[in-house]
Design a protein. Structure first.
Length: 344
């Protein structure tokens, strides 16, 4: 797959008004970029109504998947992603590099996550790509965490075909590799890995038979049109990613984006709603940035179609909401944890 085959251009497409009729909310054809843009421009409550209609047509109501994310190898990454404190180029972010955790330590963390209510366990390593010497340890982690009855996901950077197949054979349910942002804003954020590199890894994951977890980060200084382009890019992937994390930038001191202006909370909810409509059967994951959101904003995100959150006080190196606070909020909203369902 080439970038030109994936990239959506701002040409007229079908109207957003025909994209999500009440009687056919899960249209087979992906929304084009113009239709995605029209969704962003809808009155807020109209957009939420459409998103909730799509959500209810494709997922159980009042259920959210509880996930846990562990940094199995922190810091020292050679990439220059402007949002990330784990880059070796952002020394003033003051994140110490560590070695890959042992399988035993990862398994212990997975058990703790399950006890807290998580049904999905995600493992992230700060690498450009995994080394062959690490593959045995990684596949062991996958097998042992999955044996606990947890759905598994890993994010390890770019993959070779053989590595993707090894992870699939170990039983990995999902591989995370985000597009981050729109193609025309990407160069403002990352220079050490191309957009095409990301698309190539996604294709290798799909070819290996794994499910894809692919989303992006908003609030990095991009325009609304660029947020729309990101959603259109994700919707154009074939097949569409089964899992779509929507991250709100957490500005970290010492990174190039530490002074990024905060994104309006209604705009973030809009992004979640548009993602739900454009990717009707995907798990829309409310990811980084929740700790700075009020409870009302999080509730609006659930109304907009978000159906997964991350438990735990930390996501890799950024803060997250406390488990007890999440449990209290979900209880007050009448939302129940989604039961575990590992992929076959």
């Amino acid at each position: 797959m080439t970038q030109s085959e994936c990239q959506i251009h701002w040409a007229p497409s079908r109207s957003a008004s025909t994209g999500v009729p009440a009687d056919a909310p899960a249209a087979a054809d992906p929304l084009g970029a113009a239709a995605v843009w029209e969704l962003f421009e809808l009155p807020f409550l109209d957009l939420l109504y459409r998103a909730q209609t799509v959500h209810r047509a494709n997922f159980p109501t009042n259920e959210v998947q509880l996930s846990s994310l562990l940094s199995i190898k922190t810091g020292g990454c050679p990439e220059d992603c402007g949002y990330c404190s784990q880059s070796s180029r952002h020394q003033s972010a003051d994140v110490a590099a560590t070695k890959l955790m042992s399988a035993e330590a990862v398994l212990a963390a997975a058990r703790d996550a399950k006890e807290q209510g998580a049904s999905r366990f995600c493992m992230g390593a700060a690498w450009r790509n995994p080394k062959e010497r690490d593959m045995e340890a990684l596949t062991t982690m996958v097998r042992e965490v999955r044996a606990l009855g947890l759905e598994t996901c890993m994010t390890l950077g770019m993959l070779e075909e053989t590595q993707a197949h090894a992870l699939k054979q170990a039983g990995l349910d999902y591989y995370n590799h985000n597009l981050d942002t729109a193609p025309d804003f990407y160069g403002n954020v990352v220079s050490t890995r191309t957009y095409q590199d990301r698309l190539d890894t996604i294709r290798k994951v799909q070819d290996a038979g794994m499910r894809v977890c692919c989303g992006g980060i908003v609030g990095m200084g991009e325009t609304r049109r660029q947020r729309a382009m990101l959603i259109a890019q994700l919707a154009a992937l074939s097949p569409q990613p089964e899992s779509v994390p929507i991250n709100h930038l957490v500005p970290i001191k010492g990174t190039p984006l530490e002074d990024a202006p905060p994104l309006d909370e209604f705009e973030f909810v809009r992004t979640v709603a548009v993602a739900r409509i454009a990717l009707p059967k995907s798990m829309i994951r409310l990811s980084a940035g929740r700790e700075s959101m009020g409870e009302a904003t999080q509730a609006l995100c659930f109304a907009a179609g978000a159906n997964s959150i991350f438990l735990g006080a930390k996501l890799l190196t950024t803060p997250n909401a406390e488990v007890s606070a999440d449990q209290d909020l979900l209880a007050r909203l009448g939302i129940k944890p989604m039961p575990a369902a590992c992929a076959s």
